[in-house]
Design a protein around this ligand. Structure first.
Ligand code: HEC
Length: 333
């Protein structure tokens, strides 16, 4: 090739560098990268070639690289936005999901508009959750959340109604916990309400206090421990407010908290989030009474939140609803 073009290509390749630490998606080993320590070099010509691959995992990785490249230098790949729009309509779901992730790396209004078709397409409940999780990234949220300039809230509502997710500890341990800015704390409070934590806990005067007070919880637990306690409420049972199991002579088993007693009857509160759910039993009918091994706090509450919202909830709890500067441990991820 003529020398002058050769140099142009080199300059091309040299500008498109993504360092691993800043990448939001797990790095993948592949042909299109020359590794020097933590630095990856991405070649735009190979990205374009991979985007046309018949293999959907190759197209998926190429899209993530496209996003990284664009984030470093938007003019490096001409037509990047059109390529993104085409990939958003890819028949393979994983590829259209990667288009949303790439748009998040690009973080521009144009990139967000380019993936709007993904929000409109029909999806299974698990797919809907993945799209919501990807679109609810700090870089894309400003484009759809406040005042909905792109008129996508109906599509997002539909996805929300359909979405079914199952967070695992491993997924949630990997999330990045943001700095406690007022915006993050107010989103965290919204998450506290969305996940119904406010039905049993009170933070900064907000919510009901039928469960333990969470004040100062950031002093007791690291971010990961906090997430673990929310994900697995029965991990470490408190004596205060603990449920008991009552085995009755008619074979019924009632689990709950003995709310008030007189000589002959017990009022058992069976759901701390609902004061109406009380069962009254005769003391004489109790055959056995023992502490329950299961927490009154339900499992799976976090499944109504995106990973970004879980991170904001953690910040909200750690800062006592914004009243405290959280301890230094909050910088751990
Ligand atoms: C139905 C009532 C209820 C709901 C809803 C609920 N909790 Fe709890 N939570 C409890 C109870 C009761 C405990 C005490 C755990 C135990 O001993 O069983 C607890 C414990 C905790 C703890 C551990 C406290 C400690 O000192 O170890 C954290 C953290 C917590 N909850 C956060 C949350 C968050 C965040 C939500 C919303 C996603 C939530 N809880 C929803 C009742 C509830």
């Amino acid at each position: 090739m003529p020398l002058i073009r050769h140099i142009a290509v080199l300059a091309f390749a040299a500008t498109c560098i993504a360092d691993r630490a800043s990448a939001e998606v797990p790095p993948v080993e592949k042909a299109n990268e020359a590794k020097t320590g933590e630095i990856r070099m991405l070649r735009p010509d190979l990205i374009l070639q991979s985007l046309a691959s018949p293999e959907s995992p190759v197209r998926r990785e190429a899209l993530i690289d496209l996003g990284r490249c664009y984030a470093k230098n938007p003019s490096l790949i001409p037509g990047a936005i059109q390529l993104l729009r085409r990939s958003a309509n890819d028949p393979a779901f994983d590829v259209s999901l990667a288009a949303v992730e790439a748009a998040g790396l690009m973080g521009t209004a144009e990139s967000f508009l380019a993936i709007a078709d993904v929000l409109r397409a029909p999806h299974t409940p698990a797919e809907a959750a993945k799209i919501l999780d990807a679109i609810d990234s700090p870089s894309l949220r400003p484009f759809w959340k406040s005042s909905d300039p792109y008129r996508v809230s109906n599509f997002i509502d539909n996805l929300n109604q359909k979405a079914q997710r199952q967070h695992t500890l491993a997924d949630l341990e990997a999330i990045t916990i943001p700095e406690p800015t007022p915006g993050v704390i107010s989103s965290g409070r919204e998450a506290f309400r969305t996940a119904r934590c406010d039905a049993c806990h009170r933070v900064a005067g907000y919510g009901r206090a039928t469960g333990p007070d969470l004040r100062g919880i950031g002093m007791c637990y690291s971010n990961t421990e906090l997430i673990r306690h929310i994900l697995q409420p029965s991990l470490d049972l408190h004596d205060v407010g603990r449920f008991e199991k009552f085995l009755l002579s008619d074979g019924r088993v009632i689990t709950g908290r003995a709310a008030s007693t007189d000589q002959s009857q017990l009022r058992i509160q069976t759901d701390l989030s609902n004061p109406e759910s009380v069962v009254t039993i005769n003391a004489a009918d109790i055959e056995q009474r023992q502490p329950s091994k299961v927490s009154p706090m339900p499992v799976g509450l976090l499944n109504s939140l995106t990973p970004t919202q879980v991170a904001e909830l953690v910040v909200y709890l750690r800062s006592d609803g914004g009243r405290l500067a959280p301890p230094a441990a909050s910088h751990e991820h």
